[in-house]
Design a protein around this ligand. Structure first.
Ligand code: FAD
Length: 482
C-alpha cells in the first residue's frame, strides 16, 4: 500500500514520553499513514500503583508531551482504565491496522502486554514492540557460560566493550489523532494533595522532553568533567539529575550514551570521568537485568538467606526516619531533601538505607515503599536493587556487616556541611566540626548555635555503636541458622 493511503498506527506511550529518537514512533512514521500517540493511565490491580511524587512528574510530563504533539499538528489521546479494553477499543475507533509500543520489563507489565499483543495479532493487527528505554535488552548480554550477569563489574566491562549506539532516529514531522476523543489530563488530578507536599518540586525540575534535553546539555557542559571527583558529594551539584527524565523516558540512555561518547571521542578530559558517568547509566541497565530475571525482586529477598532476618517492627523509629527526625544530621537532611524535592543524592540514599536496615533493623521493604511514594524517579528496577544492595540481600550487594557510619559519612562527603545546613537549618550555626554529631558539642557551643537537643533538634534515636552491634549480632545469628 502507498504510504499516504496507509491506515493509522497507534503508538502506545508508557515510560517513554518523548518524540525524538523513539523507535516505536519512528517505525510508525516510516510505515506511513496517520500516527496517533496514546497514553493510558492504567487502572488495574495487577500493577503497583504509582507513588505520589511520580504522579506529580507524570502530570507535568504528559502536559509537555501534549503540547509537543500539538505543535506537530496532532493530539495526545489520553484514556484511563484497563489497557486490555482500551487498546482494542481505540483500534476499532481509529481503524488503525498497527499498534506499536516500547517494551516494559516487570512481570505484570509483560503479561498485560503479551495478552494485548496476542489479541491484536489474532485480529490481524500488526502489533509490535520496540526497545525504547534501555541500551540493550536484558537478555542480550550473557556471560561466557550463558545466563545473565549477577555481578556488576564484568557486566559493565561487557557493555563497555561491545555497545555501539545506533544512529539517531528522526523526530516525526507530523502527528495525527485530531478526530479521536480523549480525556483531559487535568481531570485526572494527578497532583498529590493529601498531604500537598509537591510544591517545592518545581524549583528543581522541569519534566518533559525539553527539560530533559536541557539538563543533559547543561551536565555535558559543566558536570561531566568533575563527575568522578564530585559524584559522592551531596554538598555540590556533582551528579546529572537525569534519573526522573530517564525513568519517564523523556530521554533515553541511548541518547545519553551517544552524547557522552561523542564528547569522549572529541577529547573530553578527563576521559575517566565520562566513563565513570556511563558506568552509572549501566547500573540502571544492570538493575533491569536483575528485575527481568528476578521478577519478584521488588518484594522478595534476592538472597533467600535474608528470609530469616529478625527485622523489627518499630513504627516510631520508622516515622522518625521518614520525617528526618533521627538525630543524625546527614540522615535527616537526606530524608527532608527527599520530601521537599522528590529526590535524594545517591550517596545519601545509601546512608539512609543503611541506617534503616542496619541501625534500626527495619525491613528494606518499608524503606523501598517510602521511596516509591516520595521519589520522582521511583523505578521498579533501580529502587529495589538499590535497597537490596544496601541491605545486603541483593545481587552483588554490599555485605550486611558493612554498616555505614552516619557521622563519618557526613564528615567525609558533606565536607563543608552545606548539605546539612540547607536541609536542617536548625543546625546551621553549629561549627562544622560538630555538625554531623551535634551531641558531641559542649553546652556553650550548642547554646551559641541556638541548638537545644531534644527540643530544637532530636537526640539520636539510637546510639551508633549500639545500633551497629545489634545489626551485627542479628547478622551472626542469621549466618548460624544457615
Ligand atoms: P547520576 O549520578 O548523574 O547518574 C546518571 C544516571 O545513572 C542516573 O540518572 C540513573 O538513571 C543511573 N544511576 C546512577 N546510579 C545508579 C544506581 N546506583 N542504580 C541504578 N541506576 C543508577 N535510581 C532511580 O532512578 N530510581 C530509584 O527508584 C532509585 N532508588 C534507589 C534506592 C536506593 C536505596 C539507592 C541506594 C539508590 C537508588 N537509585 C535509584 C539509584 C541512584 O541513587 C539514582 O539513580 C541517582 O541518585 C539519580 O541521580 P542522578 O540522576 O543525578 O545520578
Amino acid at each position: 500500500m502507498p504510504k499516504e493511503t496507509q491506515q493509522p498506527t497507534l503508538v502506545w506511550l508508557r515510560n517513554d514520553l518523548r518524540l525524538t529518537d523513539h523507535p516505536a514512533i519512528a517505525a510508525a512514521a516510516e510505515r506511513g499513514g496517520e500516527v496517533i500517540c496514546v497514553y493510558i493511565f492504567e487502572e488495574t490491580d495487577a500493577l503497583r500503583a504509582k507513588g505520589g511524587a511520580s504522579l506529580w512528574w507524570l502530570d507535568k510530563s504528559l502536559r509537555a508531551l501534549r503540547s509537543d504533539i500539538s505543535s506537530l499538528g496532532g493530539k495526545l489521546i489520553c484514556r484511563k482504565g484497563d489497557p486490555e479494553k482500551i487498546v482494542p477499543a481505540l483500534v476499532e475507533e481509529t481503524k488503525a491496522t498497527s499498534v506499536f509500543w516500547g517494551r516494559r520489563y516487570g512481570k505484570a507489565e509483560r503479561e498485560i502486554d503479551g495478552r494485548i499483543k496476542q489479541a491484536l495479532q489474532d485480529n490481524g493487527i500488526d502489533a509490535r514492540s520496540f526497545n525504547t528505554t534501555l541500551l540493550t535488552e536484558p537478555w542480550q548480554i550473557e556471560t561466557g557460560s550463558g545466563g545473565y550477569y549477577k555481578v556488576f563489574t564484568p557486566y559493565w566491562k561487557a557493555v563497555r566493550e561491545s555497545y555501539e549506539a545506533p544512529s539517531t532516529l528522526p523526530r516525526p514531522e507530523k502527528l495525527g489523532g485530531m478526530g479521536v476523543n480523549g480525556e483531559r489530563i487535568e481531570d485526572w488530578a494527578l497532583h498529590p494533595t493529601q498531604p500537598y507536599w509537591s510544591e517545592g518540586f518545581a524549583t528543581m525540575w522541569t519534566p518533559g522532553e525539553a527539560g530533559a534535553a536541557a539538563r543533559l546539555s547543561d551536565f555535558l557542559d559543566h558536570g561531566v568533567r568533575q563527575y568522578e571527583d564530585m559524584r559522592n558529594r551531596p554538598d555540590c551539584d556533582g551528579t546529572s539529575g537525569l534519573s526522573p527524565h530517564l525513568h519517564f523516558g523523556e530521554l533515553s540512555p541511548v541518547q545519553v550514551w551517544r552524547a557522552v561518547k561523542s564528547r569522549i571521542d572529541s577529547g573530553l578530559q578527563p576521559e575517566s570521568s565520562a566513563w565513570s558517568f556511563l558506568s552509572e547509566i549501566v547500573w540502571r541497565e544492570f538493575s533491569y537485568v536483575l528485575l527481568y530475571f528476578n521478577p519478584d525482586m521488588g518484594w522478595e529477598n534476592y538472597n533467600p538467606k535474608f528470609n530469616a532476618m529478625p527485622w523489627k517492627k518499630d513504627s516510631a523509629s520508622l516515622t522518625a526516619w521518614k520525617k528526618g527526625q533521627t538525630g543524625y544530621p546527614i540522615v535527616d537532611a537526606g530524608m527532608r531533601q527527599l520530601w521537599a524535592r522528590g529526590w535524594m543524592h545517591n550517596r545519601v540514599r545509601m546512608i539512609v538505607a543503611s541506617f534503616l536496615t542496619k541501625h534500626l533493623l527495619i525491613h528494606w521493604r518499608d524503606g523501598e515503599d517510602w521511596f516509591w511514594d516520595t521519589l520522582v524517579d521511583a523505578d521498579p528496577a533501580s529502587n529495589s536493587s538499590g535497597w537490596q544492595w544496601t541491605a545486603g540481600s541483593g545481587a552483588d550487594a554490599a555485605p550486611y556487616f558493612r554498616v555505614f557510619n552516619p557521622i563519618t559519612q557526613g564528615q567525609k562527603f558533606d565536607v563543608s556541611g552545606r548539605y546539612v545546613r540547607e536541609w536542617c537549618p536548625e543546625l546551621k550555626d553549629l561549627p562544622t566540626k560538630y555538625l554531623h554529631a551535634p551531641w558531641t558539642a559542649d553546652p556553650e557551643t550548642l547554646k551559641r548555635a541556638k541548638v537545644d537537643l531534644g527540643t530544637t533538634y532530636p537526640k539520636p534515636i539510637i546510639d551508633h555503636a549500639e545500633g551497629r552491634e545489634r545489626a551485627l549480632t542479628a547478622w551472626e545469628a542469621l549466618k548460624e541458622k544457615q
